[in-house]
Structure formats: structure tokens, C-alpha cells
Design a protein around this ligand. Structure first.
Ligand code: F0G
Length: 404
């Protein structure tokens, strides 16, 4: 079997796996990991637990490399019949990425990325983040014994995520700017100071995230018609699409889903680009949304996301903050599943598409719910309010209840 390589998406220049490079040194475009489709069946891999590393043969890490892992992946795929009815489609599943060790899908990427960093001999890792990437990287860096630097947009990171980065011992630096500015800074710093960069521009990290597609096939027993994904920096939708394609290339599946990319209306440059048929992304300079995880105006992975949507004959849309918040609450109250606002965008997008006739009412959709409810407790209090306080006596409490 040939070794995995990196290939430029635009000029096809190739790099071997030991080179530390994030974008093409020739033309500046994004890089992609290319693997030879492995000869392995689902059944053979099913001897291992349902986790990211079940799919070893698809992961571009040499067999003898020590893996840095927190047993990530293997998240629940919930069938949600009440939610499907609410959204106006036949069948809806939630792939609950909040169940990962640090509470978001980022862990799938970080097990790969930090394993890679360690195997390359890096001593320090870094990222810019709207929160979850930093929470995840700081945990995996701790496990690997690496120094971790995270650069955050000041005042715009949910409290749960910040708490994680701080407790796992990362050096946390807040910049008075937005995520896009923080990412520019960390990209400059990592090249200059030899710190391994673990934002989703790093193609190795995305290799871990593609396992979500593998798990969906395993759990559902087939390829769903559509997969809805919230888009921020646009790495996840492209990673998931790559996963579905690789399963097909390896002969494990024989069809592909349509990818549905959903952005928050105040941070929707990719949706605008596709809607207006622009050839380049027009960044949003001051992105705003309650879904701070996807508050990104200049997503670096936009070419990969646009490919995923176009190649899969997929769809795209933006949802308002009101739609996001309402959907977050409905998912929690109807199905008992707690997700953070960005995660609710995928389900909100499905409901919107069904209501305007852009999605077949007969569709079967998997919505990727990317992060846990507890990530952003302040948002919850701001929409649900504080609990009612009463004196500590039976009468006062029973007056608050309705008889059954
Ligand atoms: N949902 C959540 C909960 C996220 O944290 C993110 C990204 C996304 C969706 C979007 O994924 O960037 O691959 O399109 N969060 C990043 C971070 C940017 O820094 O934590 P994407």
C-alpha cells in the first residue's frame, strides 16, 4: 500500500507526510491528504469498538506510531421522530457530537492532529478558536505532554469552552478582535516559531473528522440521503464529505449523500457566495451571531466546503439567530438532547428547507449536532431565564405546580 501524501487542491503539487506544511508553497491553495483506498470490510473493522480508531486503515498514521487518544468518536446516532415531524420531513437523525470527550466533534480531529504533531517531534501546538477547538486541543496536548497556545477572540468565547482550555493548562491569549484576525495571527506565529498549527487548515486534523461519515454508515446500515452540517471555518463539512467518498472508493458503500451546509445569517459568506454565484469568497468583516462557535466571516476552508456542496449536488442556506435559538430549545424539550446553538443550526436549516419546499418531505436526513449544551450556559440563561425562587416550604413550592 502506498504512503499517504498531501496534495494541493489547485496545482496538484505533492508533499510527503513528513513535511510540515499547511498550504501549498507553490500557489497558496489548500492541501488535502490523499490515501490509497484500503482493502478492508466494515465487518473486519467492526471487531474494534465504535470509535475514531476503528477505521485505522483509513487514517494516515503509520501502524507503529503511538496514538494520543481519549477514546473519541462512537457518538450516538439518535432517531428523532418528534423532531422530524416538527421539521416537516419523514426521518431525522441527530449525530450527537456533544458526547465526545471534550463535548464537541473537534476531538475526532485532535486525536489525529496531536498524534501527528507528536510523531513529527513538535513540542508545542497552537490554534485560534471560537472555543471548541481550543478546549479540545488543550485536552489532547495535555495528554500528549505538549505545550499548548490558544488565541481567542476576546469576550466571544462561551464560558464552558474557556473553562476547559484554562483547566487543561493551555496558555490562553485573548485578542481584541474576531476569530478571523486570531487565525491570521496564529498562522503567522506557528510558521515563524515552529509551533505545530492545529486549526482545520491542517489537513491531517480533518482526517480524524472524516470518521463521522464512517460511523453514520455503520450505525444506520446505509448511506443517508442527506447530511446537514453547521459551517464555520468549513473544515467539518469537507471532512465528512471526504469520508463518504473514501468509503465509496473502497467499495464499502455504493452511493453518496447530499451535503447541506448551514450558516448563521450574520456570518454567512459561503451561503452568499453560492447564492450569488460568486467565483471567490467575499468575507463578512464583522460577523455576528448568537452561535459564537460559527461566528466566522472569512472561513479558510471555503473552497473545500463549496466542493463538497457542489460535488454532492447538495444544498446551503443561512438561518437567523431566532431560528437557531428556537431549534435549540425544541431539540432539548422534544427529544431530550442538549446541544449548543451552532449545533442547532443544522436542524434549523432542515426545517427551513422543508418549509420552503427545498427539501423533499420524504427525505431521510442526518443532522450533525456538533457540540454539547453545557458549552454555553450563559446563552441558556439568557434565553430561558433564571429559575423561580420561593421560600423553603411545601405550600410555596406546591403553589408553583399544576395538579396532575
Ligand atoms: N459547530 C461547533 C460547535 C463548532 O465549534 C464549530 C467550529 C462548527 C460547528 C463549525 O465547524 O469550522 O469545521 O465549519 N468551531 C471552531 C472552533 C471554529 O474554533 O472551535 P467548521
Amino acid at each position: 500500500m502506498s504512503e499517504p501524501i498531501l496534495r494541493c487542491m489547485k496545482c496538484h503539487k505533492e508533499y510527503d507526510a513528513s513535511q510540515i506544511v499547511y498550504t501549498c508553497t507553490g500557489c497558496g491553495a489548500l492541501l488535502e491528504v490523499v490515501i490509497e483506498p484500503p482493502k478492508v470490510t466494515l465487518k473486519e473493522m467492526a471487531r474494534r469498538p465504535l470509535r475514531v480508531w476503528r477505521y485505522r486503515e483509513f487514517l494516515p498514521i503509520a501502524k507503529e506510531t503511538p496514538i494520543i487518544s481519549l477514546d473519541e468518536g462512537g457518538t450516538q446516532l439518535y432517531r428523532c421522530d418528534k423532531l422530524a415531524k416538527w421539521a416537516g420531513i419523514r426521518r431525522l437523525y441527530i449525530k450527537y457530537e456533544g458526547a465526545n470527550p471534550t463535548g464537541s466533534f473537534k476531538d475526532r480531529g485532535m486525536t489525529l492532529g496531536v498524534t501527528k504533531a507528536k510523531s513529527l517531534g513538535s513540542k508545542a501546538v497552537a490554534c485560534a478558536s471560537t472555543g471548541n477547538t481550543s478546549a479540545s486541543l488543550s485536552a489532547y496536548a495535555a495528554r500528549a505532554g505538549l505545550t499548548c497556545y490558544v488565541i481567542l477572540p476576546a469576550g466571544k468565547v462561551a464560558m464552558g469552552k474557556l473553562a476547559q482550555a484554562l483547566m487543561h493548562g493551555a496558555k490562553v491569549i485573548s485578542v481584541k478582535g474576531n476569530f478571523d484576525q486570531a487565525l491570521n495571527i496564529v498562522m503567522g506565529i506557528s510558521t515563524k516559531m515552529g509551533i505545530y498549527l492545529l486549526n482545520s487548515i491542517n489537513p491531517w486534523r480533518l482526517e480524524g473528522q472524516k470518521t463521522l461519515a464512517f460511523e453514520v454508515v455503520d450505525q444506520l446500515g446505509h448511506v443517508p440521503e442527506m447530511v446537514a452540517v453547521p459551517m464555520g471555518n468549513c473544515g467539518n463539512i469537507s471532512a465528512i464529505w471526504k469520508g463518504f467518498k473514501e468509503f465509496q472508493d473502497a467499495g464499502i458503500t455504493d452511493c453518496l449523500p447530499r451535503m447541506y451546509g448551514v450558516q448563521a445569517a450574520g456570518s454567512a459568506p459561503v451561503v452568499r457566495m453560492l447564492r450569488e454565484n460568486l467565483s471567490e469568497l467575499a468575507p463578512v468583516n464583522s460577523p455576528e451571531t448568537v452561535a459564537t462557535a460559527i461566528r466566522i466571516g472569512n472561513p479558510v476552508n471555503w473552497p473545500k466546503a463549496v466542493n463538497a456542496i457542489k460535488e454532492s449536488k447538495g444544498a446551503y442556506d443561512a438561518v437567523s439567530d431566532d431560528e437557531i435559538v428556537e431549534t435549540q430549545r425544541i431539540i432539548a424539550c422534544l427529544e431530550g438532547i442538549g446541544v449548543e446553538p451552532a449545533s442547532a443550526a443544522s436542524v434549523a436549516g432542515v426545517r427551513k428547507a422543508a418549509s420552503i419546499g427545498a427539501m423533499d418531505a420524504d427525505a431521510e436526513v442526518v443532522c450533525v449536532c456538533t457540540g454539547h449544551l453545557l458549552k454555553d450556559p450563559e446563552e441558556v440563561i439568557s434565553i430561558c431565564g433564571k429559575p423561580i425562587e420561593v421560600p423553603p416550604d411545601l405550600k410555596a413550592v406546591s403553589e408553583m405546580l399544576s395538579p396532575v
